[in-house]
Each structure stands twice: as C-alpha cells, then as structure tokens.
Design a protein. Structure first.
Lengths: 549, 202
C-alpha cells in the first residue's frame, strides 16, 4: 500500500511538470532567437547557426562530434596521472579506457571498472560528467531532427545539429541538472573534492570512507538517462542515494525528459494528441512491467530467499522491495542503467522483467531523445504492418511510408537485436565465458544476455556479477554499444531527411487515425510482438528457465 | 568526406567549449553552492564526530566488531558481501553487492550460515531472524537495519552495556525513522548513531 502511494506521488509529480517542460522544450528547439551566450559559443565553434543542415550534414556532425568525444575521453583517462585531482590513481588501463570512452559517449554508461579505485575527480568531472550532458543532448537533437522531418513539408533541411546540441545543453540540461544537484546535496548526496575521510569507528577500528564530487554527476546521470555511478554500488551507495526522498527524486529525474518529450513532439507536429497516444503506450507498458518486477521481488522463491525470509539480497533497507522495483523498472525502461539494487540478485522473473524492458528497444519511455525516436520508428512499423493488412500505402502524420522510409525504419529497428543476439551468442561459444560468470546455470546465461542487451540498448545496467575485464568482453561490448547507438541514429536521420522532402498528403476517409485507442493498441502490440518474436528463445534459456525452476 | 571533416573539426571545437561549461563550470558551481551552511556537512559525507574526532558517517554502515564476542555491546549492521566473514564489516573505501542469484548455492550456504550465527548470537529462534539480518545490501555499506533486527538485538546489548532493556528500547525508538510522509521507503534504524547513543548512556 505504502509502495503504491509512492508510485502515485511520482506520477502526480510527472503530471504537474508534463505541460510546462514539454512546451519549454518545444520552444527551445523551434526558437528563432539565439541567446547571447549561445551566439558566443557558435562564434568560437565557428558554425553558422542560422543555416539549416541537410540530413547528411547533420549526420556527419553527429558522427564527427561523437568520434572526437570518444578519442578525447580515451586520452583523458590514459593521461590521468598528468591531471589535477587524480588522487594518485594513475593512467586508466587501455581496455577500460576504450570501453568507458565508448560507453559514456553512446549514453550507455556501462562500467567495467570500480570508480573509487580507478577514476580521479578530474576524469569524473571534465570527462565523464561532460558526456553525461552531451550524449543526452545528442539523443534529443536526433529526435528533433526526426520530428522536423514530420513537421516540415518539401524541405531539404532538418535543422542545425550545433544549435540543437548547444540549446539542449544550455537551455534544458544544465539548468535542470544544477537545480537537481543542489536538491540532492540537501538530501544528503556528497559533493566533495576530497578523496575520502579517515575515521576511527566506535569499536576502535579505522576506516577510510571514499568521497567524490557525486551530486553534480548524480543529477545529470539520471536526468540524461546515463546511469554511470560515481561509486561502484551506483545509486545503491548511500552517498549517491541516501534515503527515500532522494530515491523518489532520482526516479523522477530518470523519467522526466523522456516523458515530457512526448508533449514536445505533439506540439511540434501540430497535434498534441499524437504525443499523448505515444505516452499512453509507454505508460501502459511501464506500469505492466512494474507490476511484474514488483510482484516477482515480493514473492522470490529461490532457496536463498526462502532461507532468508524474503528477497532483500542486493537491496537496501531504506528502499525495500517497492522502492527497488520502482527504480529498477524505471532505469531499464529508460536507457539509464543506474541501479539502487543489484539486479543480478533479483529473482528470475524480476531480473527477466528488467531485461525485457531493455529488449523492448528502450521506449517505455526510453532514453532522452532515443526513446522518442525509437517509439516513432515502431509507430511507422505498426502503420506499415497495418498497411499490408488493408493493402494501402501506409501513412503516418501525413507522410507516405514508401520503400526508403520503411527500409530506414527496419534498419533502425533491427540493429539492436542483431548486435545483442550475435554478441551474446558468440560470447556463449567462447571457452572463457563460463569462468567469467558469477552464477551457475540459467542465471549465468542471463548474465551474458543481460550484458549484451544492456550494451546494445545503451542502457548500462548489469547483472554485475559477470567479470567483463577480458579483452573479448571489453571489445565486443564496446562495439555493441557503438552499433546499437549509431546505426539507428543514422537510419533515423536518413528517414528524417526523406520525410522532410515529402509534401504532406491530405487526410482522407481511408486514413487510419493515429490518435485513438486502436492505434495505441497496434503500437503497443507491435512493440511487444517484435521483442517476443526476437527474444523468446533466448529468454526461455535464461530468466524464464530460472523463474520456472 | 569533406563534409565529414569540416563537421568533425567543428565537433572538436564544440567539445572543448562544452567541456569547459559542463565539466568545469557546472560541477564547480554545484560544489561552491554546496559550501553553504546546511549543505556543507551533507556534501562532505554527513560525518559524525565525538569530541571533535570523526567516528563515521551517518550514511555509511560499518559493522562494529566486539572485542569480546561473549560480551558484545554493539548493534550490528546488515552483512556486507565484500567481507570474508559472513557477518563481517564492509570496507567504506569500496562498495558493492554479492551479485548472486537466489538459486546460487554459494548464496544459499552464506544465508544459512548467517541465520545460524545471528540466532546464536541473539539467542533467538532461527525463524525470528529478520530478512535484512541475513542478506547483504546492494552497497555493502547499508547504514540501516529494520526495527525487527534492532529488537532482537536489544536484550544482548542491554546485558553487555549494563542498561535496562527498556532504556535500550527507548534509544532504539529515538533512532528509528518511519516511512517519510508515512509511505516513502521503509522504516529504518540508523546503526551508528544508535551505537553512539548506547555508549553515551553507559
């Protein structure tokens, strides 16, 4: 009961900010004027903010920017010993640096290292925090490119990436993150430039308590659906998430932008109900998965849980089952990947629910920007399927979905399952994999599947018992993250270009309305069906087998 | 190709200026505000001091080890997965959980052992040992225990510290927090401050 009220309070808070933030973001991405600080930034970067870009230029900008970001972040970690506040932690090993650079630039924030031991404060702030902002801003920019594709008619430009990037950072992410970070410090999250503090415990023993500039990164880590912890235990660490209030605030921040972007979308395409229908599909799937995970965790039936009297292994007392299930569902339904409890210790069904959330393709409600473009892709697939059934050329939002559009949508949709299944399959064939697992049997297979699902969907959470420091895992997971992020982005931008060029077709009696319950059901059904058809065999060997055991 | 090179060059410049904004100005601005009275203690780890000396953090649970196990005056925290001893203290310079699933034999063995140890230590029936006493937390540094786990420790702590059970029970109540607003999170007992209060009352 108490847990349900917690969910109600969360939903009320989201409902209150839905309109103002959604409308604010719509203004940000359609405003004709540039702020003075932005104009100053454009001058330094030497870009002309007034000219729109062809989709190929926009895509080159995304790729070029991401490439230099990976290289910069890699070098920053390798050169850590030359930086101030490195805390003597030395150069980050090559494998970790490579994997981490890709991980943070792709908005995945998968972590193959122990932050307290490996990353100094400068790398955390000037490297990792930066990509927490910028990868989120890139996701939103790409989503806005696609939205403009729908909104524009007979145009060869889909916006200016540099303007979208700068505005998303300056007008949305930085102000929200700054306020949230201060609130989090007020709730007990640490924000210290020290490496730690030495204490003499009451029993006379001595300990060093690790400290870090956590609040500034915690805020953007949730808000930008990033998820990389400043401490190894991530948001289960009391310094990142000290209590019930901070827990609720962090879940709110995770859902905030992906949810409100549906309003932004509706506003920009001139029909808010188009946004509400997407939100309703996201909301129904999110709620259903919450019920599954919550129930499963409250009724764990594994031997250890029965011996202990409940499923609290890997969970914190202050959050309990309800607060942990709510967080787990939100962090995997978005591409966040922060955790306030160890998913590896969840039950078969509960951990399987978190895994399935990712395998939906991260759209319930998905990552910042990426959730919106992913669900729009599925909407087009749904309309294409509906068109096949009635024998009409499918349309969505007044645009015909011809060969090029459907091809782009299919590539965007198939990239993730391809890398997840190929990666996990290859890993399972390798002799070294069994030794890297922390759990035997079906649960061990889930660890491998979860790792590749997390990387391919740019989530970043883990069944963290698996040891991923071998060259194979560092490299293959790194490549999964890259392909899982940029193949869909390229397809989406190509799609945006082709949609923008089209003139809008007028609505006729034969047009399938995309604002009602019929369309919502079709869209939800398509999301579930595609995931089920692709992943049920794999899920049957892992979480389903474990849940039935 | 030329397009890609031009955009990449702009990308490098953009990355550098945005690094200054989001990687230097932003975190240092948050840090500066966190120096304000009322925020500073939180920002530096909610450190608890006794006579001016730091004895731990309100938010970090490090299990106290009794000098004489037969006469153990401490309230104990939840187990920490990082510790070799099934009930032993965690290390606050690191953090993490066991990451073992509920069908894992290692975990089964650990939980069984913990139930035994706790029921022996507190002289209660194994069925009375609450779940948080025998499961490792996610962080390994959980500062809290459930009121139920505190309750079964009361008689032992009272005996070892020479206080009446009622007195100890009142101290437990003073260091118990209910759910925020009556429904957020779970009821918790903060172990460090409770132990300090018991020591002060002796």
């Amino acid at each position: 009961m108490a847990g349900l009220l917690q969910v109600v309070l969360l939903l009320v808070a989201l409902a209150v900010v839905y309109r103002p933030l959604g409308d604010h973001m719509a203004r940000v991405y359609s405003d004709e004027k540039h702020w003075r600080v932005e104009a100053f930034l454009y001058r330094i970067v030497r870009v002309e903010p007034k000219t729109g870009q062809h989709w190929k230029t926009y895509a080159s900008a995304v790729l070029g920017f991401s490439a230099v970001s990976v290289i910069f972040l890699f070098l920053l970690q390798r050169l850590q010993s030359l930086l101030p506040l490195d805390l003597g932690r030395g150069p980050v090993p090559t494998g970790i640096a490579f994997n981490t650079a890709i991980s943070f630039v792709t908005n995945t924030n998968w972590q193959s290292y122990v932050p307290e031991a490996v990353m100094g404060h400068t790398v955390q702030m000037a490297g990792l925090t930066v990509q927490n902002f910028l990868s989120a801003a890139v996701g939103m920019a790409v989503a806005m490119g696609l939205v403009r594709g729908f909104a524009r008619s007979g145009a060869d430009r889909i916006g200016n990436f540099w303007v979208d990037l700068v505005r998303g950072t300056v007008r949305i992410l930085v102000p929200l993150a700054f306020v949230s970070a201060i609130v989090l410090v007020g709730l007990g999250v640490v924000m210290s430039l020290k490496s730690g503090v030495d204490v003499v415990n009451p029993d006379g023993s001595q300990s060093t308590i690790a400290l870090a500039p956590a609040a500034s990164q915690e805020a953007i880590k949730q808000l930008g659906t990033n998820g990389g912890g400043v401490f190894n235990a991530n948001s289960a660490h009391p310094f990142e998430n000290p209590g019930a209030w901070s827990n609720l605030v962090e879940i709110f921040l995770i859902l905030l932008i992906p949810v409100c972007l549906t309003r932004t979308f509706g506003t920009l395409v001139g029909n808010r109900r188009q946004g509400y229908v997407l939100l309703s599909v996201m909301g129904v799937l999110w709620s259903a998965m919450l019920a599954v995970i919550w129930w499963a965790e409250a009724h764990q039936h594994g031997t250890a849980a029965l011996l202990a009297g409940g499923g609290l292994e890997g969970k914190e007392q202050r959050f309990g089952i309800a607060g942990s299930a709510l967080f787990a569902n939100s962090t995997t339904g978005t591409s966040t990947g922060a955790v306030n409890a160890m998913h590896d210790s969840f039950s078969g069904l509960g951990g399987g629910g978190a895994l399935l959330n990712m395998l939906f393709g991260e759209m319930t409600p998905g990552g910042v920007g990426s959730g919106l473009y992913s669900i729009l892709i599925m909407a087009m697939i749904a309309m294409f399927l509906a068109g096949l059934m009635v024998g009409r050329t499918p349309e969505y939002l007044g645009k015909k979905l011809g060969k090029r559009e459907v091809t782009c949508a299919a590539i965007a949709m198939l990239a993730m399952p391809t890398v997840v299944l190929l990666g996990a399959g290859a890993a399972l064939l390798l002799p070294g994999t069994a030794a890297a697992l922390n759990n035997p049997g079906a649960h061990g297979l889930s660890e491998v599947l979860y790792a590749y699902a997390s990387a391919g969907n740019n989530n970043g959470s883990a069944f963290a018992g698996i040891t991923v420091t071998s060259d194979w895992f560092q490299t293959s997971l790194g490549l999964c993250m890259l392909f899982g992020r940029f193949v869909p982005i390229l397809a989406v931008l190509c799609l945006a270009g082709s949609l923008a060029e089209q003139r809008k077709v007028p609505q006729t009696a034969g047009t399938l309305p995309t604002t009602g319950p019929l369309f919502a059901t079709m869209l939800g059904g398509t999301v579930v069906l595609v995931a089920a058809l692709t992943f049920v065999p794999a899920l049957a060997l892992g979480p389903i087998a474990e849940a039935l055991a | 190709m030329k397009r890609l090179l031009t955009q990449t060059a702009a990308g490098l410049r953009a990355l550098l200026v945005l690094t200054v904004l989001t990687g230097i100005v932003y975190p240092l601005a948050v840090w500066t505000v966190s120096r304000a009275p009322g925020l500073r203690d939180n920002a530096e780890g909610s450190i608890v001091t006794v006579d001016g000396f730091p004895v731990g953090s309100e938010l970090i649970g490090v299990d106290p080890v009794a000098a004489d196990p037969a006469n153990d005056p401490w309230f104990h925290t939840r187990p920490s997965a990082g510790s070799a001893d099934p009930l032993g203290p965690g290390d606050p310079s690191n953090s993490g959980g066991s990451n073992k699933g509920a069908s894992n034999d290692d975990l089964n063995g650990r939980v069984r052992r913990r139930v035994e140890l706790v029921s022996l230590r507190e002289n209660v029936d194994p069925a009375q040992v609450p779940v948080d006493a025998v499961t490792a937390s996610g962080s390994g540094l959980d500062p809290h225990i459930s009121p139920a786990y505190a309750e079964i420790q009361v008689p032992r702590v009272a005996r070892a510290s020479g206080l009446t059970e009622d007195r100890v029970r009142r101290l437990v109540a003073e260091h118990t927090d209910g759910r925020a607003l009556g429904f957020l999170g779970e009821p918790t007992v903060t172990v460090l401050s409770l132990n300090l209060a018991v020591q002060a009352a002796r």
